[in-house]
Design a protein. Structure first.
Length: 501
């Protein structure tokens, strides 16, 4: 058995890990909205005003902090007025990005806000820059958030909602370098300033405007956006016209997105996936470095509002619906992403898994018969819930075996809140168990609970017939003289909850 050593300084607090780093993304894509969240009020499946009840219950268990909607690429084809008013009167559209299917607009603004209320999640509304107008987006903000007497507030009341909603997060388009308009960085930067100006704060609703940023490590795009904000250190209190800059980052085994199987992969492909997932930290650092040079006080947040694995669709499914299975490998991708997020919580303020239901690296898989499956990735989110709004702790791997080539055998992060701490540990080896000894320094500690997530192999996954093939189980630990000892099975993720003295 291999061994590893790590140290966690329980008395060296770092940045607060925003709960919004555990955000979600729901696009009008495949069966994420229709057949996922939305089953309609006449469905035989239990629902609340058309929203599937068991899905809501499962996501509430994660403490889902925010939900991004309606896209994605779909956002820059979406005209919000088509999704309000009586459903039978709403015009249809063609979803040209995802399956070339007809969208009936039955799930629109009011349904989305109802979903957010049921989930207890903040709304992250992504506006249309690619095919929309400044006025259209400005009026959507007014419709959602303005009280009193105004044209859009009156329209909202006509559609059955008297009080405005709180909508803190607002995306200024999506992937403007591609499906959101094929713009240059400089062209989009001007548009982001213009749209951001007219997305106004109404009453007590203060918008956090997020400019559509780069793909992967395209720091030139980030630089153009930061330059467009002007001097952020001049004057007594300069206010940037947008408060966040996004980027997107997808993981694969080395062949590129949408080219490889979710469940059938070689050892080399497993480690290639881990290598790609771990590289997100380098990408974050590059964007941070650019932003720090313009914004040393960190007034503008870095937002990773699309991340996850992107495999081939399951055989026999619509290739435009992006339905893929979810394995232990995917769970480990999520685990190492979160470790990186925790280390960069000073600048990284939000992240959104792509996507919540039935699309890409989903939390939950459903079907029309009523089956619902919690994926291995779901369990990582649940096991890590204790990191929400906790304070990151200094955690360092002192020694660990190499899993393969340049893939480390151990990934670790930790946080503290309310006289407790949560330690997250991942064994990235396919076939070797790992004995981990963690020196807990600075405060006394005792183990409250420890759990581990793994499967018979890294391709193990859950189905309606075997819903618990990959589910957390109790993990044995020992804690003597300030040293926490655990044995991690191959390809596993574990959390240890501590009480601190």
């Amino acid at each position: 058995m291999s061994t590893a050593r790590a140290v966690i300084d329980l008395d060296v607090p770092g940045d607060v890990i925003s709960r919004h780093l555990y955000g979600h993304f729901a696009e009008h894509l495949g069966r994420c909205i229709y057949g996922g969240f939305w089953v309609g009020e006449d469905s035989p499946l239990p629902n609340v005003r058309g929203i599937r009840s068991d899905v809501v219950e499962a996501l509430r268990a994660l403490g889902i902090p925010n939900l991004r909607w309606p896209g994605g690429c779909f956002a820059d084809d979406y005209h919000w007025r088509d999704g309000i008013g009586p459903r039978e009167s709403r015009p249809t559209m063609v979803n040209t990005h995802w399956g070339d299917v007809v969208e009936n607009n039955h799930f629109g603004t009011h349904e989305f806000m109802d979903l957010c209320d049921l989930l207890g999640a903040d709304a992250y509304v992504n506006g249309n820059v690619g095919s929309g107008t400044v006025r259209e987006m400005s009026e959507w903000v007014e419709y959602l958030t303005r009280d009193g007497d105004s044209p859009m507030a009156r329209l909202r009341r006509e559609n059955g909602r008297d009080e405005p909603w709180k909508v803190p997060f607002w995306g200024i388009g999506n992937e403007a370098w591609g499906c959101g308009g094929n713009m240059t960085a400089q062209q989009y930067a001007l548009e982001a300033r213009r749209y951001g100006t007219y997305c106004r704060n109404h009453g007590g609703n203060e918008l956090y405007r997020i400019a559509a940023g780069a793909s992967d490590d395209d720091t030139a795009w980030t630089r153009a956006l930061m330059e467009s904000l002007g001097c952020l250190t001049c004057g007594s209190n300069p206010t940037p016209v947008f408060q966040g800059v996004s980027f997107h980052y997808y993981s694969h085994a080395g062949g590129g997105i949408n080219t490889e199987s979710a469940t059938s992969f070689t050892d080399d492909e497993f480690y290639g996936t881990m290598r790609k997932a771990l590289d997100v930290e380098r990408v974050i650092r590059r964007h941070e470095a650019v932003m720090d040079s313009y914004d040393p006080d960190r007034k503008v947040g870095l937002i990773l509002d699309e991340w996850g694995t992107w495999w081939n669709v399951e055989p026999g499914t619509n290739p435009g619906f992006l339905f893929q299975q979810n394995t232990v490998r995917d769970a480990l991708v999520a685990a190492v992403h979160f470790d990186a997020f925790h280390r960069h919580a000073g600048r990284l303020k939000m992240a959104n898994i792509a996507q919540t239901l039935n699309v890409l690296q989903a939390m939950i898989l459903t079907d029309d018969s009523g089956a619902m499956v919690l994926t291995p990735t779901y369990h990582v989110f649940e096991m890590n819930r204790g990191h929400h709004d906790a304070t990151a702790l200094a955690a360092h791997v002192l020694s660990a075996p190499t899993a393969a080539d340049d893939v480390p055998g151990l990934s670790v992060s930790a946080s503290t809140r309310d006289d407790g701490a949560l330690v997250s540990l991942s064994n990235l080896s396919l076939d070797a168990a790992l004995e981990v000894r963690v020196d807990l320094r600075g405060r006394g500690a005792s183990v409250r609970r420890a759990r581990v997530l793994t499967g018979t192999d890294a391709a193990a996954h859950n189905t309606p017939e075997t819903p618990d093939a990959v589910a957390p189980v109790e993990l044995e630990t020992s804690l003597e003289a300030g040293v926490l000892s655990v044995t991690l099975p191959p390809h596993s993720f574990a959390t240890v909850e501590l009480d601190l003295a």
